[in-house]
Design a protein around this ligand. Structure first.
Ligand SMILES: Nc1ncnc2c1ncn2[C@@H]1O[C@H](COP(=O)(O)OP(=O)(O)OP(=O)(O)O)[C@@H](O)[C@H]1O
Ligand SMILES: [Mg+2]
Length: 126
């Protein structure tokens, strides 16, 4: 007899303490395989630094998450729910902001201002 569990695709394991999970993310530019089966967890309430040499694929990973670049394979999970952002507006509306490496920020504003640029949080008073 065949075990039916073998027929269901394997579900990624994501801990309850994980806010953002990346699973099996891959991206190539032509023959340049930049990201190969990346898994990453960002835990709730944490600040994470990601380090890697120039050209390692850090920005590409963020652009795939932010919906600027299409990924070849892989999934993103926010609070355990799978998400796939169509573009920056979609990502921003779902709580993901990106301050780009390229110098197009409002340099006289703080990092926090740049994160909320154009969509400052409001109260009931406006
Ligand atoms: N639009 C693109 N077309 C072709 N290749 C690209 C493109 N964007 C990035 N790459 C290539 O993908 C690789 C990863 O680049 P990426 O900018 O993601 O690296 P990084 O880790 O952010 O580097 P850095 O530390 O310099 O910011 C590099 O080899 C880069 O040349
Ligand atoms: Mg970069």
């Amino acid at each position: 007899m065949q075990d039916s569990t073998l027929l269901t695709p394997e579900k990624p394991v994501i801990g309850d303490d994980v806010m953002l999970a990346i699973r099996n993310l891959s991206k190539s530019f032509g023959r340049n395989r930049v990201l190969q089966h990346i898994d990453m967890d960002v835990k709730k309430g944490s600040v994470m630094g990601l380090m890697g040499e120039n050209g390692a694929g850090k920005s590409t990973m963020m652009k795939c998450l932010f919906g600027i670049k299409t990924r070849d394979e892989g999934q993103f999970y926010l609070d355990g729910k799978e998400v796939s952002f169509a573009g920056p507006k979609d990502a921003l509306e779902n709580g993901i902001a990106m301050v780009h490496q390229e110098l197009n920020q409002a340099l006289d504003r703080s990092v926090l201002d740049n994160l909320f640029l154009g969509r400052y949080p409001t109260t009931s008073l406006g």
